[in-house]
Design a protein around this ligand. Structure first.
Ligand code: ATP
Ligand code: MG
Length: 250
């Protein structure tokens, strides 16, 4: 039973300060993941390591070779921190950099060589992916968010648990998390769902919800939960419905 878990950059970094890793959180997250590491694909957000350089270089609208290099180097550093923390927690994982294995078309994942990732899973290694810059067949280059990766991987791998952790209790309406949301609820909540309080070039909660509603349209439910609350990652990995369930239409 394959699981896809995303840990938001909002947990692992301070999204208002460049390259500001939250080392204690990274290690706590790694320990929670270590309690249920089987058949798990981990995606982590870019946080300040990605969103801040991307914004500085005008990505994805501007084509900047330097911006692409600097942003990729930066998110790869965050990935190293996550893989290192997992190793210290006793989890064998390997980094999979989206820039090197997928191609976008018009900002959407067009092709993605999943074979190495499947072999990793088969051999008991946890693939660790992250929001990244990527080449784009129609616009030279772009950005692939961790949220888009979750949606794509969940479908491609037919994941049975899809959990997206961030720094809030779910999709909030008037300050309270919704227990569940379907596409037909969107008009009621649209005005309340915005970008990020930090720097985020991929749409904050609004972008996340769009990706997960697309996934639900294709038949796969997911949850958006607060990964800052201790124990929630373990619960999410057990398949518990915490936070907001993004549900397929009836
Ligand atoms: N209605 C809403 N409910 C919940 N969060 C919302 C809402 N509207 C806006 N947000 C913002 O969305 C943020 C979560 O999205 P954000 O993209 O910042 O986190 P992330 O995806 O974990 O980070 P990263 O993109 O680096 O992985 C929340 O911290 C909140 O500020
Ligand atoms: Mg985000």
């Amino acid at each position: 039973m394959t699981k896809v878990l995303k840990i938001g950059g909002s947990i692992l970094t301070d999204k208002n300060r460049g390259n500001a890793a939250r080392f204690e959180e990274i290690s706590r997250v790694a320990q929670e993941i270590a309690s249920r590491p089987e058949d798990l694909v981990l995606v982590h957000g870019a946080g300040s390591f990605g969103h801040i350089p991307a914004k500085m270089y005008g990505l994805p609208l501007t084509f900047s070779p330097e911006g692409l290099r600097v942003t990729h180097e930066s998110v790869a550093r965050l990935s190293d921190l996550v893989v290192g923390a997992l190793s210290r927690a006793g989890v064998d994982s390997l980094p999979v950099h989206p820039l090197s294995c997928l191609l976008l078309s018009n900002g959407r994942i067009d092709s993605f060589d999943l074979k190495p990732l499947r072999v990793m899973l088969k051999d008991g290694l946890m693939p660790v992916l992250h929001g990244d810059v990527a080449m784009d067949a129609t616009r030279k280059a772009g950005i692939v968010s961790g949220d888009q990766l979750v949606s794509f991987l969940a479908r491609a791998l037919q994941a049975e648990v899809v959990a997206v952790g961030c720094d809030v209790d779910g999709v909030l309406l008037a300050g309270e998390p919704l227990a569940e949301i379907t596409r037909s609820d969107l008009p009621k909540v649209e005005d309340a769902v915005g970008g990020s309080t930090g720097v985020d070039v991929t749409g904050g909660m609004r972008g996340k919800l769009q990706e997960l509603l697309d996934l639900a349209d294709m038949g796969t439910d997911s949850v958006i939960f607060n990964a800052a609350r201790e124990g929630n990652i373990v619960r999410a990995l057990r398949g518990e419905s915490i936070g907001t369930r993004v549900r397929r239409p009836n």
